[in-house]
Ligand binder design. Sequence first.
Ligand SMILES: [Zn+2]
Length: 321
Amino acid sequence: MRRLTRPALAGGFLILLVLANAVAQTSSTRVRQLAPGVFYWQGDTATRRPANCTWVVFRDYVVVIDANFPWAAKEILPEIRKTTSLPIRFLFNTHYHADHAFGSAQFRAAGATVVCSRECGAESREKGEADWQNQVYGRASRAGATQYDRDVAAETRAQNYGLEHPSLLFEDKVTFDDGTRRLELIRMGPAHSRGDAVAYLPKERILMTGDLCVNWTSGNNVGDRDADHDNWIRALETLAGWEVQTVVPGHGQLGTTATLRGQRAYLKDMLEQVRAGMKAGKSADQVAGEVDLTKHQPFGASPSAGAVRSVYRRLSTAAGR
Ligand SMILES: [Zn+2]
């Protein structure tokens, strides 16, 4: 056996260092810095942590955007701690849906006040509990439930996870500005839901859209009972005019203004095809079978029949009012 010389030992030490570094990176690969003091945690559908989360470090505190589910919030909080020791003072949820807002209690326990638009707050109180039951326990008891769904329900019971409603509500806009950094929360709904709001960093031109825009192949939830699809299309037109550099969508990969335009084109096409079918006297099932949105990628990659039925139902209800 060859005796290790000093350089060989040093080389081995270097390899160990590289390996240690690689392991450290793996545990934080979901986190990226988008600009100095602006961090992004990429959601993951496979583990039911689907929503993207962003945090912005101000001079004295941190503002987090979108809580995700409780089991994801527990994973995100230590990631935030790795980037700053400042207090997490505010959590802003873009809308009340389970996958964006249900981790709110974990952020509150860490010291944050939960912020959203006034209408989002009202929706959380009106529809949040039913959404919670459905997302956490409903999925676990349905036929085709996965072991993961059952684990989530069991963990929720064991950990006593609960719904936390927002307590700081704004009408149309709220601005955080410490002289160096500026973050604007701006209501855009009714669109994907009644109280949708976006978060915008005008200096860095980074926009957090919530589910007004997604950038993945798993489709978008167009079925909220308070969704307003025409206004949603208008909201995307407005956002596309802001000369945004980076779009953090509600789900999926980072995007650009082109992503906002693509999401808008997908929705507009869906709405036009559904309206044409309704005008021709076709049933929801007929229209669902005919609508083709596959040219809109990645938005139209997943089957659109369920989404089409939701839009058909919503338009029928609106017409019947
Ligand atoms: Zn979502």
